[in-house]
Design a protein around this ligand. Structure first.
Ligand code: FES
Length: 170
């Protein structure tokens, strides 16, 4: 059985054009998928020792995070200056799971690639969105296998220039 594990409005629109064999729903969207909806990435058992797996999908450098039995995929290098997001800590910001870039500590939501910045003008400090900057992808779970479907490249993202699939540190 296919399980749709992550969903953003952006990714949902790319799916809706497919003829379908399977139907899934999340909180906001009804999703139709025909056959295998992405490239094989890894197995659930690969997360036993860590909460993330770094893979190359169609020459794209991608990290998959596991968080509370959900899986999220995004470009592995930070949109800012190519920092190693795949090695960043995960924390909740206003209820949203975010990765903290090890290079300059930007917080990026692993659900949709949105950057959050801490504002110190208020007490206590608050978090403000600075827009969606990091490209995210869609993860499917079938049995114990995870598949990743890259998001449409029709729309450019700031993280594109750092994730060409070479797997090299930047
Ligand atoms: S490279 Fe990630 S915050 Fe600067």
């Amino acid at each position: 059985m296919w399980t749709f594990t992550t969903c953003t409005a952006y990714n949902a629109h790319s799916f809706i054009n497919d003829l379908n064999e399977f139907t899934f729903s999340c909180a906001n969207h009804l999703i139709f998928v025909y056959g295998q909806p992405g490239e094989f990435a890894c197995r659930v058992t690969d997360f036993v020792d860590d909460d993330r797996v770094r893979v190359v999908i169609n020459k794209r450098d991608v990290v998959i995070f596991q968080r509370k039995d959900k899986y999220y995929a995004m470009d592995a290098h930070c949109f800012h200056q190519g920092g190693a997001l795949y090695a960043g800590d995960i924390e909740d910001i206003d209820g949203r799971p975010c990765v903290k870039c090890p290079s300059h500590r930007y917080r990026i939501c692993i659900e949709n690639g949105e950057r959050f910045m801490e504002l110190h003008e208020t007490e206590p400090p608050t978090w403000q969105s600075r827009g969606i900057r990091q490209r995210t992808h869609t993860v499917f779970l079938k049995d114990d296998k995870l598949f990743v479907r890259l998001s449409s490249f029709d729309k450019p993202f700031d993280s594109d220039k750092y994730n060409d699939g070479t797997g090299t540190e930047k």
